[in-house]
Design a binder for this molecule. Structure first.
Ligand code: BTN
Length: 326
């Protein structure tokens, strides 16, 4: 109901009386009043005049379905959005909803996480109201070995969505960090549930530093925000909708043809090809040079003995460059 009242106010552009709204929407005037109150609590600047009715003056930069839905051109990604001003972790919430049977494409968004999680058991911290914390629920009918490809398809969609929103150039530190001017601006955490031969669901969590005017000293050598680089405020709903629109297109191709159609783009966006790196995973730690991304989407690293190694996951630091060390 709140969203219907909001749409009505947005379409009118001018004053609308509570009586007209109640008649046209087929609800009581008290229901209209209550929903206007809820919208004001969310930060909508709505003028109320006893003679003329209600007029929407300004919408806040929030990530509700009411703000994002009009910007989407998707069929199912983001067609259901759950927004929390504050939450523990959007990935945890999306997992709960997935277990309760939520449909593919559900998006959980929040302006502040109290228990945001990063890869490798790290914390993901961002300041209130300035960042994007988003999780997408997916239920692809693909074999589990294809699942890591989803992270890369999401990374490409985020890089493209961010470019559309800012006109800046982004690169991807394989497989899940988005880099801007040599520093991390976004991290992706993909989690899945399934059996050995079938997937139940995948949650893709995306954390983006957007309107933080400053990055804390301890991490400012390796992390940045769009505002720091661009010196202007960017509406978060534009970014979210651009990413979801890009992702649905890419996801369709991925489900049909796998990662192969994306390899060219992944190489083009790569922040790692040609770089000396230190690879650490549970099995080994070694130095090498990144030479390629292969047809499966694995990173190809030439080790110090000249052998080519296919890297499936783990932690990758660029040697001699501390700009976006983990
Ligand atoms: C990383 O770079 O280590 C990944 C960071 C992922 C952070 C996002 S924010 C939205 C979602 N919810 C979480 O708790 N984590 C992910």
């Amino acid at each position: 109901m709140k969203n219907i009242v909001l749409e009505y106010l947005k379409e009118s552009m001018n004053y609308v009386s509570g009586e007209d709204m109640s008649r046209e929407l087929g609800v009581s005037r008290t229901a209209i009043w209550k929903n206007i109150k809820k919208l004001k609590e969310l930060g909508y600047n709505i003028e109320s005049s006893s003679k003329k009715g209600y007029r929407l003056l300004e919408s806040p930069d929030i990530l509700t379905e009411g703000e994002i839905a009009p910007l989407l051109n998707t069929n199912y990604i983001g067609r259901e959005i759950v927004y929390y001003e504050e939450i523990g972790s959007t990935n945890d919430e999306a997992t709960l909803l997935a277990k309760k049977g939520a449909k593919e494409g559900l998006v959980v968004l929040s302006s502040f996480q109290t228990k945001g999680r990063g890869r490798l058991q790290r914390n993901w911290v961002s300041s209130k109201g300035e960042a994007i914390a988003m999780s997408i629920l997916l239920r692809p009918e693909i074999p589990p070995f294809m699942a890591p490809g989803i992270t890369q398809v999401v990374a490409l969609s985020v890089a493209a969505g961010l470019h559309l929103s800012t006109d800046l150039k982004f690169s991807i530190k394989w497989p899940n960090d988005i880099i801007l001017n040599g520093k991390k601006v976004c991290g992706i955490l993909t989690e899945m549930d399934g059996e050995i031969d079938s997937l139940n669901y995948i949650i893709v969590g995306i954390g983006i530093n957007v309107n933080q005017a400053e990055i804390p000293d301890e991490i400012s050598h390796k992390a940045t925000s769009l505002k720091v680089e661009l010196s202007k405020h960017i509406e978060r709903k534009i970014i979210v909708s651009n990413i979801l629109n890009e992702f649905e297109k890419n996801y369709k191709v991925f489900k049909e043809d796998g990662i192969a159609p994306f390899i060219g783009e992944l190489k083009k966006y790569s922040a790692l090809i040609g770089k000396d790196v230190l690879i650490s995973n549970p099995f080994k730690t070694f130095n090498g040079k990144v030479v390629d991304i292969d047809s499966e989407g694995y990173l190809v690293v030439e080790d110090e003995d000249g052998n080519l190694q296919s890297i499936v996951g783990g932690d990758i630091s660029i040697r001699g460059c501390n700009s976006y060390l983990p």
